[in-house]
Every structure is written in C-alpha cells, then in structure tokens.
Design a protein around this ligand. Sequence first.
Ligand code: GRF
Length: 203
Amino acid sequence: MLNIAVFVSGRGSNLKAIYQKVPKEKVNICAVVSDRKDCPAINFALEKNIPVFFVSINQKENFITYSDLIREFRKLEIGLIVLAGFLKKIPDEFVDAFENKIINIHPALLPSFGGKGMYGMNVHNAVFNSSAKVSGATIHFVDKIYDNGKIIAQRAVDIEDVNSPEEIAERVLKIEHELLPFVIEKFADNKIVVVNNRVKILD
Ligand code: GRF
C-alpha cells in the first residue's frame, strides 16, 4: 500500500480524479494539505473524511509549519506527495526531506510555459498567444526550482482549432485527470525508475 498526501489550493478536480480512479487497495490518500482554509478541494476532502492540514511558512493560527508537516508525514509513513493545483512554492527544507517523493502536475508541455507565475489560466493564455498547435499535461518531480524537476510523464493534445485559452484549459484538464491517476498507480506498483538520467515508466 502506498500512502499519499495531496496538496491543493482550489477547485480540486485532480484530487477528485485521484480519489475516483486510483485503486483504493493500492493507494491510500492519508492527507490533503492546503494553504487555503476555504476551497472546493478542502470541502471534498472533508466530505470523504480525509484528514486535512493547513500549512503556511508563517506562524498562523490553525496552520502548521512545513517542519511540523514533515514530522506528521513521517508518522503517517507518506511515500508520495502529489501537488495537484497547489499554488505556493514548497520550501527547500521540505523538498530535501522528501527527495524524489514529490510530484507536480503542470497544465502544459514542460519545459515550455513553466516557471514562476505560470499557473492556472496564465499558462493557457501564454500557450494560446504563442499560437502553439499542441499543448498537454506534464507530471514531474519537484526540486527547488519551479517546474524544473525531471519529467515523469507527458501527454499532448491537439489545439490547432481552438478559439480561446479556456478551450485549451478544458482539453488539457481532461488529460490531467487521466495522466495523474495513471502515474500514481505506477508509483504504487514501483514501476517508475530512473535509467540513463531519464525517468522511465515500466509496463
Ligand atoms: C490544474 O490545471 C493543474 O495542472 C494545475 O492547477 C490546476 C488545478 O486544478 N497545477 P484542480 O484544482 O485540480 O481542479
């Protein structure tokens, strides 16, 4: 059994996809972590009785620090941390504590359209304005630099005929909801390995 924690900041559609699509006999969502008290993703976690933690780099009432979170996750034996629409940068201390155990989903084909400030509709607006003919979703390891870690999986979508950034967002989101559960299940099956400096997903 792989114990995972999912970090969210907003709508939570990827959290829902993970909950619905990843087999419960392989993966247990032990915690949902957010920087926001009130968002649809948190409401979903509470509905499903998943323990919720609020995290902040500053000392705030009812929020815990990343150092506390590291301790909690060690107790819970968390084996994989999934950033699914989490908008804050993860502090270096936390990245060091869970090396190669933190993954992020990005709504474009990295290494293009990534980096600081590239989140949500900013990404899809940039893709639209570039006139790119494909976009897609990327899942990568998290290191200390925004959207920089090794790419684990990518899936592309044709956007040649779109009329708006919103249409791109819609097409990419559909792919995200397939790709993220797929990758998490592969983690649970120990099918994700690094070979020749590249990440491979075994059958
Ligand atoms: C997704 O597009 C994800 O790629 C990005 O933020 C969005 C989160 O959506 N990192 P949701 O909260 O999972 O619905």
